[in-house]
Design a protein around this ligand. Structure first.
Ligand code: NAD
Length: 367
């Protein structure tokens, strides 16, 4: 049954990890390593049962293959989950036990933070393996990725403006930004620096107030964000906000934001295409975070990071080209771009030449 599932989803390897003493139950899924070692975060969540955890790790690891491929990284897709409550079940032993399992894969899988995991947890994982990214800056890590994600989102936005309106003048347009959190607030700041009109909403009123007071945005209600007169709708909070209910209300001609899984389903992506609304695919636009951590592998450098973020402009532009070339919606074109790159690079990797494994620069362990 598991083999059938992973054969269908195309996974290379799924590792079940348990340590009774440490209370660890984890699953590591390596989806595809054609482009390089599988990189993807570790999620800790109180899954209802093992099947739910397995489904999640399979879905998320496959998503990382596509995201990393479109980002132009020499990195494959993977992900890990720990079954447990992040508020109650964390311990040094748990994360060190997990780290030992990661180490046993010898670089086929590289971990990072995801939902429920913070930089302090990663310190414990890092004690046991070097195959970790997202470690603290004091160890040569890359720190908070949010400003980079926001800057990358800006690059995706410019590609979308160019494709839709024939110019990249960010300041000329109006934006509906949903979510003024770590990425959203940085994004708002960049938009306002260019003089753009920005409508903003967030469930946290303090963040909305800050966006209004500090950056001069127009505050709107949580539900009102779908009705404002904006050229661009920018989801920077949760997924699934472009759906059957919200789509008829949107006046925007472009959807471009940092949130993951913005489209409720594929049919919505087809509908956007029909209505002439240009969707800049989320995982191409928000790749700044994974680009940033990937640079830790051969020595983190901020300038290289900023340079890499700018490639998002070309990646998103290329997706629009593929959509036109093949007459398909942009969400499908993003997947096609990933598949084409994996196929092309896979062909140049002849078996007798071997693969280049990750070569981490020496980083400092301990506090
Ligand atoms: P965050 O938690 O800092 O910000 C999210 C904000 O959205 C919060 O302020 C929250 O109050 C608000 N929010 C939640 N529900 C809302 C709703 N219904 N309406 C309006 N606001 C709502 O998270 P973040 O790091 O800024 O990430 C934002 C999104 O971008 C997430 O979907 C995340 O998965 C995605 N993303 C983030 C990064 C990164 O580098 N942080 C990278 C890639 C993708």
């Amino acid at each position: 049954m598991i083999f059938d599932t992973i054969a269908t989803s195309g996974h290379e390897q799924v590792v079940f990890c348990q340590s009774k003493d440490a209370g660890l139950k984890a699953i590591i899924a390596v989806h595809n390593t054609v482009l390089g070692p599988a990189l993807g975060g570790l999620r800790m969540w109180p899954y209802k049962n093992e099947q739910e955890a397995l489904n999640d790790v399979l879905r998320l690891s496959r998503g990382m293959t596509y995201k990393n491929a479109v980002a132009g990284l020499n990195i494959g897709g993977g992900k890990a989950v720990i079954i447990g409550d992040p508020a109650k079940d964390k311990s040094e032993a748990l994360f060190r036990a997990f780290g030992r399992f990661v180490n046993s894969l010898n670089g086929r899988y590289i971990t990072a933070e995801d939902v429920g995991i913070d930089v302090n947890d990663m310190e414990w994982v890092f004690r046991e393996t070097e195959f970790v990214t997202g470690v603290h800056q004091v160890h040569g890590g890359s720190g908070d990725p949010s400003p980079f994600t926001a800057y990358g989102t800006m690059q995706g936005l410019m590609a979308a403006l160019q494709a839709k309106f024939g110019d990249e003048d960010v300041g000329k347009r109006a934006y509906a930004v949903q979510g003024a959190g770590h990425v959203g607030m940085e994004f708002i700041k960049l938009l306002r620096e260019q003089g753009a009109r920005v409508f903003v909403t967030d469930i946290n009123p303090e963040l909305v107030k800050r966006a209004a007071d500090e950056f001069g945005c127009t505050a709107v209600g949580l539900d009102e964000i779908y009705d404002v007169d904006a050229d661009v709708y920018s989801p920077c909070a949760l997924g699934g906000t472009v759906n059957e209910k919200t789509l008829p209300r949107l006046k925007a001609k472009i959807i471009c934001g940092a949130a993951n899984n913005q489209l409720a389903n594929d049919a919505i992506g087809d509908e956007l295409e029909k209505r002439g609304i240009l969707y800049a695919p989320d995982y191409a636009v928000n790749a700044g975070g994974v680009m940033n951590v990937s640079l830790e592998i051969d020595g983190y450098n901020r300038e290289r990071a900023m340079r890499m973020m700018r490639t998002i402009y070309h990646n998103v532009g290329r997706i629009f080209q593929i959509a036109r070339r093949d007459g398909i919606p942009t969400y499908k074109a993003a997947d096609r771009m990933a598949e084409e790159r994996i196929a092309a690079i896979g062909k140049i990797k002849l078996p007798h030449m071997g693969n280049n494994g990750p070569r981490f620069r020496v980083r400092m362990r301990g506090h």
